[in-house]
Design a protein. Structure first.
Length: 113
């Protein structure tokens, strides 16, 4: 499975961005997918996760602001980010879990205050 994340960029605080993650390869084996982020000097952390059936889980810091979704038919994973804050600045990675775990290359989100 190969994952390609896109959609990052520079946005002002309060703005919105939508991240996308295109998956290719043996998609039938993928169960959970998710978005993680890593800010400078910090560990990578879970932002949001979604099961194949659509059950979601969010970090407390993004609840009510971010929405994760997936389109299994199109092999796509999305993260809609609203009301962005400076502390959301990080490299965002998509992740897919099958028998193995796969990571995308990351996309940088910078929120200016």
């Amino acid at each position: 499975v190969q994952l390609q994340a896109s959609g990052g960029g520079l946005v002002q605080a309060g703005g919105s961005l939508r991240l996308s993650c295109a998956a290719s390869g043996s998609m039938f084996s993928i169960n959970d997918m998710g978005w993680y982020r890593q800010a400078p000097g910090k560990q990578r952390e879970l932002v949001a996760a979604i099961t194949r059936g659509g059950r979601t889980n969010y970090a407390d810091s993004v609840k009510g602001r971010f929405t994760i979704s997936r389109d299994n038919a199109k092999n796509m994973l999305y993260l809609q980010m609203n009301s962005l804050k400076a502390e959301d600045t990080a490299v965002y990675y998509c992740k897919a879990v099958a028998i193995l775990t796969f990571w995308g290359q990351g996309t940088l989100v910078t929120v200016s205050s």
